[in-house]
Design a protein around this ligand. Structure first.
Ligand code: FAD
Length: 438
């Protein structure tokens, strides 16, 4: 059988590797429109900050290393149309400016999303996004060539915040411009005061409730009339799914352009699968569609699809909780489950709990704040939030596993934790959320 994969980064390269591992014979070709494949986008900001010392540490595989495993990789090849009835794709070889058709038995779509850019930044030479290795190289070259000591970050979502942190680590002075009135929308506003304190203490100049409307030379004008120095601008304001090329293919997209998939990773067209940031799937814990542009789902779906294609249809995608975590200087912020606006559709009560992350008498114990939104009828944890400076990752992962295995908020009281004073308390922070929910 012949497999064509569209997109060669997280979802695409992982599916190719899984498929080759399961099936040594199957014919696999990856078409990637960009220059690079199989790199860790998640690590890009950390190379700018220096925590990832070598750029090449971010590269997991190359066309050459895939060739050794008999996987064909065509870079600078863009799939421009799909014909599921005839099982062909149209491919544009960008470097040679020619177009050809390629036939498949199975097609796997992993086109990801395009980073958004505000209109005022469209033709600005010092305005960048950070979504690929090519972008990383451009940003690094700009910093070095122009001796950048100051930068503007647009957007206070997770990529904007990671950029701000990493630029500060690099010794660059940062102005953070955010259209909203609050930093990091995914976190409840009454839990997020620390962001402003942390930003201030790191010397980041924060401009809220405004946006860049014009850039002239190295000066940006904000909608509130203020002018700021902007010799480098990096925008992190979200993505839109790169699914334009599917227009006319009959493959069903949702209203926002995400590819609808079932629990086998299959689209509505036989033999056409989709994975990664461009898909719509379902929540694990409630029956509601969701799209989550994070790496865990891409890796899991890659495994599911490669098993499906290799004949093991028992391996299914069980939906997502959207479990996520970010580090922001000293803080860790993690959430899972429904968004705050979505909670409005589910009758629930809130359990809010603060406790030290380890025995309170330990001199280095620090507070940890957990909030759970609990379904009124069934005790289901609909959404959970964990914030603190240590031990947040452990709590969110326990919550994720607990929900995955059908545990309720009340059941949290029964989780037997590994306790000794440097790690937890005999009644851990999550146990206490359980006791409070009863
Ligand atoms: P991508 O990795 O974006 O790959 C899609 C590829 O498809 C692109 O290379 C594109 O050029 C190619 N393509 C698109 N259309 C076509 C076409 N028509 N023909 C040929 N090729 C095409 N996730 C986390 O879980 N944790 C993190 O900490 C985290 N940090 C991140 C930090 C940054 C800066 C970024 C950018 C992302 C981060 N992510 C993180 C998200 C994570 O990287 C994505 O969820 C993951 O990369 C999605 O994989 P994908 O294959 O869907 O898309």
């Amino acid at each position: 059988a012949k497999v064509i994969i569209v997109g060669g980064v997280a979802g695409g390269a992982t599916t190719a590797a899984q498929l080759r591992r399961i099936d040594p014979e199957i014919d696999i070709t990856i078409y990637e429109k960009g220059r690079d494949i199989s790199y860790g986008n998640c690590g890009l900001p950390y190379h700018i900050g220096g925590e990832v010392a070598e750029r090449d540490q971010l590269v997991a595989a190359t066309p050459e290393s895939f060739a050794e495993r008999d996987v064909t990789v065509e870079i600078f090849h863009e799939v421009t149309a799909v014909d599921p009835d005839n099982r062909t794709v149209q491919v544009k070889d960008i470097r040679n400016d020619r177009t050809f058709d390629a036939a498949y038995d199975y097609l796997i779509l992993s086109p990801g999303g395009s980073p958004r850019l505000i209109p005022a930044l469209l033709d600005v030479p010092q305005a960048f996004v950070l979504h690929s290795l090519e972008h990383l190289d451009e940003i690094k070259a700009h910093i070095e060539e122009k001796n950048i000591t100051r930068a503007v970050v647009v957007g206070a979502g997770y990529i904007g915040l990671e950029m701000a942190e990493n630029l500060v680590h690099r010794g660059i002075e940062v102005t953070l411009v955010h259209r909203d009135t609050e930093i990091y929308r995914p976190l409840e506003s009454d839990m997020s005061d620390f962001f402003m304190e942390e930003l201030k203490s790191r010397g980041v100049d924060v401009k809220l409730d405004t946006e860049i409307v014009e850039v002239s030379g190295d000066t940006a004008t904000l909608s509130n009339g203020e002018k700021i120095e902007a010799p480098m601008i990096i925008a992190g304001i979200g993505i839109t799914p790169r699914t334009d090329f599917l227009e006319g293919s009959g493959i069903i997209l949702n209203d926002e352009g995400y590819i609808c998939t079932d629990k086998h990773g299959c689209t509505n067209k036989e033999g056409v699968y989709a994975v990664g940031d461009a898909i719509e799937t379902n929540y694990h814990h409630v029956d509601r569609p969701v799209h989550v542009a994070l790496a865990w789902g891409a890796h899991r779906m890659a495994y599911v699809i490669s098993n499906q294609i290799s004949g093991d249809s028992s391996v299914c995608f069980e939906g997502l909780l959207g479990t996520n975590i970010i580090r922001f200087f000293d803080y860790d912020i993690a959430t899972l489950g429904l968004t705050e606006p979505e909670l409005a559709d589910y009758p629930h009560f809130v359990v809010d709990h603060r406790q030290k992350n380890k025995a309170g008498y330990m001199s280095d114990s620090v507070p940890i704040h957990v909030r759970a939104y609990v379904g009124k009828d069934d005790g289901k944890i609909l959404r959970a939030v964990v914030v603190g400076t240590e031990g947040v990752d452990k709590r969110i992962d326990i919550l994720s596993a607990h929900i995955r295995l059908g545990g309720t908020a009340m059941d949290l009281a029964n989780i037997e934790v590994a306790y000794s004073p440097p790690y937890s308390s005999p009644k851990s922070v999550l146990n206490m959320v359980g006791y409070k929910a009863i």
